[in-house]
Structure formats: structure tokens, C-alpha cells
Design a protein around this ligand. Sequence first.
Ligand code: AMP
Length: 471
Amino acid sequence: MKAWHDECGVFGIWNHPESAHLAYLGLYAIQHRGQESAGIVTLDGSVHHAHKGLGLVDEVFKEETLRSLRGTAAVGHVRYSTTGQNSLNNAQPMSASLFNGPVALAHNGNIVNAEPLKQDLRARGSIFQGTNDTEVLLHLIARHDSQDLLTCIRDSLERVEGAYSLTILSHKALFAVRDPYGFRPLVLGTMDGIGGRPAYVVASETCAFDLIGARFVREIQPGEIFWVDETGEHSVMMTRQVPRASCIFEHVYFSRPDSVVFGESVYEVRKRAGQTLAAQDDVEADIVIPVPDSGVPSAIGYAQKSGLPFELGIIRNHYIGRTFIQPSQSIRDFGVKIKLNPQSAVLRGKRVVVIDDSLVRGTTSRKIVNLIRAAGASEVHLRIAAPPTIGPCYYGVDTPEKSQLIAANQSLESIREFVGADSLRYLSMEGLRAAVGGQNGGFCAACFDGKYPTNLFGLEKDPHGNVREVV
Ligand code: AMP
């Protein structure tokens, strides 16, 4: 279940007559990656048209707006702030007018040395409009004295540490860039374009390609700068070589199950995680239920492996807007009940295994266990299809600071007591590693093992999960 929002999604398209409309659909497909703001910038001849706003994709863009975003190439972005506040100044793509033309940049990830870079840029006269780390990238690019945008991008990124999957639109090219660790996903696809030539599409997740009918070609490689212009497609690798560290949490929670991420189907990964959870379990129970929607694939895997019947013991209301009117009189568990309704007909008198994808603060699980029990279950056994979350993320996933992570501070037994379950088990780290499969190189699992692949430059998260620098 989604307890709070996070992260971002990026999109790019080149050589298509309906670039704004396809960017809109692409962003629609990756809306789960960010719900606070959305934006599209198109390239029309050598001019950019931009529209961005606060809200969901279909709130920010109407048909009329999309029609005014003329052009044959576009970049787009959906955002929830992991750094900076929620304001229009922070909405992306971020645009700048460079001496040789306009540039628009969309960024997914979090730059860990943004503060030192900002201080340096400010000392040299840069003025920042917003509070996010993406603007730093734009300033670095803008300050470079080369006339060649590729050189500007490449040299600027040499100074940047952390997570970035980028789509960048200039007056004559679309760039797709991924940091050398490959933290965040970024995929390349094609479809029929203008003049018998292909259209190129770049997106955070393959589910965006499915919607617009694009063919998946490959991942943008960690450390790759890919671009397409009038002369066709090109690619160079950054000089920096580091071990691959793709975000394991993309598979656990963040990506859509119908996407192929880091070369593996997210649905299959989650199912395997559930199967392993069952293989490591000896609980006696009557039914397996998921916490919808996040626990569904793992619960299917668990049920298949254990032979227990899979049931929908909790029904999710999908039509919750971002604000709803609360009754003035307090109703118990109102917040979670408006979204999740336990079915007594399924749960009464049953020993229930309930599966969720992750347990972070424990507050959601506690409410859910309570609801299941109140609906008549005789036993509630909570199973988590990931290891205990013990570390905050500094690479773009919205996890709170360490003091709020229940597993970083309490024993398994006291977590079980807190959530009120009869038993509690997590997937082992080895189980998760086996489930995510063999991609070339490794994963960043810092949220589960506390091993951060980069220097953190003294970053810390405050209790709300906002990144701040401690000096
Ligand atoms: P809690 O343990 O109460 O903090 O919440 C755990 C629930 O939040 C699980 O159901 C997850 O599906 C969901 N969740 C885990 N990580 C995130 C995240 N970064 N953003 C939003 N929801 C999340």
C-alpha cells in the first residue's frame, strides 16, 4: 500500500509528429513515479514550447494545451519531491536558454553532492530559482564554455555524484543519460517516425512503451550518453568506471509490475520473492492474502509455492483523490479504511498470511493487521517480500530518516508486537538477491544492507525524509 509518494519519472521522444500527445501518454503510464507535478517541453523547429504544472498528468494537460505544444520532439517529467519543496519552481523539465539555443532537462534520481556544487556555483554568480538538485545540472551545463552541448553535458556530469537518469532536449538533439552506477532505470525504444525514419523513445519504464506502441530496444547503459539528432543515433560512454548499483527497491516496490526493469520482469521478480518467502516459511495457515496492490504478485508467488489458497481479503478503493473530506467525528482507522476494506466473508475464523512488499515505519502494517483481525481472522501472520528496511535512501526513493525506520531501531519481536501480528517474517537478503536475478553487475540495496555505493557528502535526512546537509 502506498503510504507516501516519491521519486520521479522521465520521458523523451524524437522524430514523431505527435510528440506532445505521446509524451502525455508516456507520462500517464509512469504516473506512479510522481504525482505532484508534471511537465512537457517540445521542440518545434529550433524553438521550445513548455507547459508544466502542479498535479496529476491529466490535471496539468488538457487537449488544448497539448495542441499548443507543437513540434516533433519532446521531453517530459512527473515528479514528487525527494529534495526541494513542492512548488512550481521545482517542476520539471527545467529549461534554460543557452548561448546557442534552448535546453530542457528532466531528471530522475538524487545528486548527493548537490550542496557543495551549489555553493561553488553561487560563489561564481549562479542564481537558483528552486530548491531541488536538478537545477545544479542545468547550471553546470550552462556555465561550460564549449559550444558543443555534448561536451558541456559530459564535462558537467564528471563533477556530479549520485543518481541521475536524464532526458535532455536541445534545439537539435534529444539526449538520454544514465549515471555510471545505473541507479535509476532508463530504457530506449523505437516506433515509426517521420519520413520513413524511426522515432526514438526514452522512458523510465517499459510500461510507457506498451501504451504508445513503441518497441523496446535496450536499456540506456550505466554511464552512457545516448543522443539522436538529424544525422541519426549516437552514443558515448563516460570515462568514470564504477561497479553497477541499480536500485533493488525499484523491483521491490517502486516500478510497475508490468515493466521490465534492469532486464527483468518486475512481476516475475516479485512473484519469485513470494515463492522464496513461502519456501522459508513453516507457518500453518488457511489462506494467503495480499495488501493491495503492492503485495499482489508476491502473494501469488507465496500461494503457488505453499499450496495455500490465494484470496482477496482486502479490497482496495482505486478512486481516492489526493484530498478527501474527513468527518469531524473521529472514526477509527479512517485513513486506511477509506482505501482498504477487509472482507469478513473471506477472513472470518481464518488463519491468514498477509503479504506486503515492504515494511518501513510499520504504521501502515499495524493498521492493516488490526483491520484483518477486526474482520474476524483468528490469526494474522505478516510476511514481507523484502528484507527489513534499515537505511534511508539518498538516491531518489522517499524513505524517512533512520530513526523512523522501525527495523533500524527495534528487534523482530518488538516489530511483531508493534504491528500486532501473531508472527512476522521478512524475506532474506539472499532471497531478494536471487529473486532480482542476474543482471550485468550489481544492485544498490543500501535501504536493506546499509551499504551506500557513493560518498554521501555528509547528507542526512530529517524526520520527514527531506535531505539536508550536516556540516
Ligand atoms: P509503513 O511501514 O507504514 O511505513 O509503510 C509501508 C507501506 O508503504 C508498504 O505497504 C509499502 O508498499 C509502502 N511503501 C514502501 N516504500 C514506499 C515509498 N518509498 N513510497 C511510498 N510508499 C512506500
